[in-house]
Design a protein around this ligand. Structure first.
Ligand SMILES: *[C@@H]1O[C@H](CO)[C@@H](O)[C@H](O)[C@H]1NC(C)=O
Ligand SMILES: *[C@@H]1O[C@H](CO)[C@@H](O)[C@H](O)[C@H]1NC(C)=O
Ligand SMILES: *[C@@H]1O[C@H](CO)[C@@H](O)[C@H](O)[C@H]1NC(C)=O
Ligand SMILES: [Cu+2]
Length: 273
């Protein structure tokens, strides 16, 4: 009895948390190695010396935290990732959870936990922030511009999931990777390229909305010399507020009354170059 209830608690703790990070960058039509071009993140401080993969995939839940910028403890480039050289107008992509760490000692790992896909419903975005100097020195405290917003389904989406009778399935739902272009008129220079997925949840749920984000180091070339000014810009953190109605709502499995056509994208608007 005792052991089965422990297993049950473990299943609950782990099972409700299909979490993820983005550890691989795709450019030049090639997937790089995990964390090769993406800033490494730190595990959550769980109080235990043993760090499991679960400690790495824990989402950011405080939108005012510095960790909203590039993931946990990643506004400094302590892992010194490489810089990907990319032409403005080229396609890049991020992949989900391709590295698996230590399993959680004694826990029941549910099949949906740490699946390499965007397990949760919700919108995805991508962002650029120019580094005034070397990317290894840049904390990301400058301006950010949004270059992608994925709400509804696109040709990249996984097939519709009939298990849940959602009005309209989120475009990135259960996607393993997502590709997009760097705007053709992006000024040349060094940038942090940030990918973000939000799992909207109401304030009074287990912990509120979950933010999943990682940053790559890229150098943009603009060979055509056709350059425009990115905007509008925001600061991260600062872009979202705790409780903001566009993010803090119930969009999950089981809310069959929610229709993603009602989703209002949080600011700022996308810069398309
Ligand atoms: C881009 O890919 C091509 C082949 O697909 C390869 O020859 C070239 O070296 C790659 N460039 C970079 C910068 O990785
Ligand atoms: C957080 O980043 C610093 C570098 O800024 C690094 O020295 C430290 O080990 C990181 N913390 C954790 C818990 O990994
Ligand atoms: C993104 O592009 C890469 C490289 O071409 C490809 O492996 C991957 O399947 C693409 N992802 C999607 C969702 O189409
Ligand atoms: Cu989760």
């Amino acid at each position: 009895m005792k052991s089965s209830s422990l297993v049950f608690i473990g299943a609950l703790l782990v099972g409700v948390n299909g979490h993820y990070f983005f550890d691989r960058l795709m450019f030049n039509n090639t997937w790089s190695e995990p964390w090769e071009y993406i800033r490494k993140i730190s595990p959550q401080n769980s109080g235990s010396d043993i760090k499991t993969d679960y400690d790495y995939i824990i989402p950011i839940v405080d939108p005012s935290s510095l960790d909203l910028r590039c993931g946990r403890n990643a506004s400094t480039a302590w892992s010194y990732p490489k810089t990907a050289v990319i032409r403005a107008g080229d396609t890049v992509g991020f992949a989900v959870n391709t590295t698996v760490g230590l399993p959680i000692p004694g826990a029941t790992i549910m099949p949906w936990d740490r699946w390499p896909n965007l397990y949760h419903p919700g919108p995805a975005t991508a962002w650029l922030s120019p580094a005034p100097g070397a990317l290894s020195e840049y904390t990301g405290d400058g301006d950010w511009v949004k270059i992608l917003s994925v709400v509804g389904r696109t040709e990249q989406s996984e097939p519709p999931n009939d298990e849940y009778h959602w009005k309209h399935q989120w475009g990135t739902y259960q996607a393993k990777t997502w590709n997009f272009t760097i705007p053709a008129t992006t000024p040349p220079g060094n940038y942090l390229l940030r990918f973000e997925h939000i799992y909207p949840l109401p304030v009074n749920s287990l912990q509120g909305a979950q933010f999943y984000t990682n940053c790559a180091h890229i150098k943009v070339l603009n060979l055509a010399g056709d350059i425009s000014t990115p905007g509008p810009t925001v600061k991260i953190p600062g872009v979202y507020a705790f409780g903001q109605k566009e993010i803090y709502f119930f969009a999950d499995v089981g809310n069959e009354t929610y229709d993603i056509r009602d989703f209002v994208e949080p600011k700022p608007v996308v810069w398309r170059g």
